[in-house]
Design a protein around this ligand. Sequence first.
Ligand SMILES: NC(=O)c1ccc[n+]([C@@H]2O[C@H](COP(=O)([O-])OP(=O)(O)OC[C@H]3O[C@@H](n4cnc5c(N)ncnc54)[C@H](O)[C@@H]3O)[C@@H](O)[C@H]2O)c1
Length: 296
Amino acid sequence: MAEIIYSEETAKHLAGKVVVVAGGAQGIGAATVTHLHALGAQVFFGDIDAEKGTALETSLSSSSSSLQPSTPAPVFKKVDVSHHDDLLDLFETAYAGNNRVDAAIFCAAVGEPSGVFDPDCLTREKLLAGRGTETDAEKKVGRVVDVNLVSAIHFSRIAIAYFSSSPHEDGFTPSLTLVSSIAGITPAPGLTTCIIRTNTLCPWATKTRLLTPPILKKWISENLPLNTPADVARFIVQCVADTELNGRVVYVAGGRGFDVEGGIEGTRGVWMGVDNHRVWERGQGVLGSGGDWTSQ
Ligand SMILES: NC(=O)c1ccc[n+]([C@@H]2O[C@H](COP(=O)([O-])OP(=O)(O)OC[C@H]3O[C@@H](n4cnc5c(N)ncnc54)[C@H](O)[C@@H]3O)[C@@H](O)[C@H]2O)c1
């Protein structure tokens, strides 16, 4: 896999850019907000955790005037990403003062709740007994899908609308970055009919609250590569800043980033087989950008 190298020089192009971040109060999102702010970007970030979000806003605002050139203070808004209008308000706040949104980053997530796939609960009899009511497990699944998946789709749609209302200058293309997981390494449908770049981050173990203490302890004792949130943030920033990066799936492990999609594309003939690969390429040519898949 080709390695993606973080470049501070490229990242500096984000000075003055207007960036919206969802899930920015802690973990990878907070590290991304902090990094973008240090680069001179104007950051608008939302999170459901108002206490942590406000604390980050206050601490970064106090450093704003000391940065060279001086950076606008970041703006925090309490947002539940599963509420479409909360997301819309966040983008509108960013747009209202600047007449533009240049980049959008989705970092919000909840962990998988326990018990959802517990084999003891998953018997035909128990499922039928719960018919007609929404069980706790169903509610938990619904919430995870709403926050981790449906919200990311709403966020992407809103980002596209705001990008299309923004001027594009200096060769910088608007950037949508979704933080996924190594568990999300699959080919993804493109947003190729829109003139935007979209990239997906797939971090391996990262020292945030989602990595529970028992796993973290074992991970460290096995001497496996561990990311800090700031490591992942660097590659998020790289995806946003580097206009050559589009349609990439970036695997981040031990502070290094790798282009998974390039590796998958470059070896398709090997893992798919030569004949399948040829037919697949012809089929992709017929499907094109996918823009008319849902038109009929
Ligand atoms: N930590 C890891 O090891 C790891 C590994 C792979 C992928 N990831 C991914 O990285 C991303 C960021 O995770 P993290 O590790 O920084 O976790 P985190 O829990 O530290 O951060 C997630 C943020 O999302 C916010 N959030 C949750 N529900 C929300 C809602 N409804 N509305 C608004 N904000 C909400 C939380 O308050 C929190 O600030 C996630 O997509 C996660 O799946 C993390």
